[in-house]
Design a protein around this ligand. Structure first.
Ligand code: ADP
Length: 205
């Protein structure tokens, strides 16, 4: 499962009489388990493409297929299921809940998916250990470094074991050493069962 095919993708934004077409006839075929780096300057359409892959934005034309799911053919309900079951997202600004501990942040998607508190707690502990934060589980985001916060966000993104992980400028707010840590982690996520797509203008990646 998990091959990605994008065909003749077009996204046009219109406001009043102005139209912008950041994606205009884009094609891409990638095998399951790949790590895809979308490298380009700010404004070239990376977030737009990730939004289409994540089922957040409906393109103006073209087709996206992930595994056997025709993403661009899904209705609103199908898209909502696709977002929940297939996609994990890592954001530039981490987007952790400040009042929750690292452990509780990682539990959020699992509790939303009605996984029991006990099972979610256990899996969140395993995930935080995997990203090297076993001794920071009860810290709140404000007491963690940027790199540590992003590692919590990565653990949260894979909490439901999604076959597609999207990362939008995941290193934008990190210093050099933290960039290395987070990149190593993100690279490790791509495997036979999981594709990772990273959008960045950071040529250090
Ligand atoms: P990147 O992620 O590479 O910085 P974006 O996908 O955010 O690029 O934006 C691509 C282009 O589309 C930019 O010119 C941006 O101004 C424009 N754009 C993005 N979102 C919208 C929107 N909701 N409405 C109108 N224009 C948009």
């Amino acid at each position: 499962m998990g091959d990605l095919s994008i065909q003749n993708l077009v996204v046009e934004y219109t406001s009043g009489t102005d139209a912008v077409r950041p994606i205009d006839g884009f094609n891409l075929d990638v095998a399951a388990g790949s790590l895809v780096i979308l490298l380009g300057p700010s404004g070239c359409g990376k977030t737009t493409l990730l939004s289409c892959l994540g089922g957040i934005l409906r393109p103006s034309a073209g087709a996206i297929k992930f595994g056997d799911v025709g993403v661009t053919s899904l209705d609103a309900r199908g898209l909502s299921t696709y977002r929940r079951d297939t996609v994990g997202i890592v954001f530039q600004a981490f987007n952790l809940v400040p009042s929750l501990t690292a452990l509780e942040n990682v539990m959020v998607p699992m509790r939303s998916a009605r996984i029991s508190r006990r099972a979610a707690f256990k899996r969140a502990e395993q995930l935080l250990s995997r990203v090297g934060l076993q001794d920071r589980m009860s810290h709140r985001p404000g007491d963690l470094s940027g790199g540590q916060q992003q590692r919590v966000a990565v653990a949260r993104a894979i909490a439901l074991d999604p076959p597609l992980v999207l990362a939008d400028e995941p290193t934008a707010h990190l210093d050099f050493i933290q960039v290395e840590e987070v990149l190593r982690l993100i690279r490790e996520l791509a495997s036979g069962d999981r594709m990772v797509v990273v959008a960045t203008h950071d040529s250090r990646i």
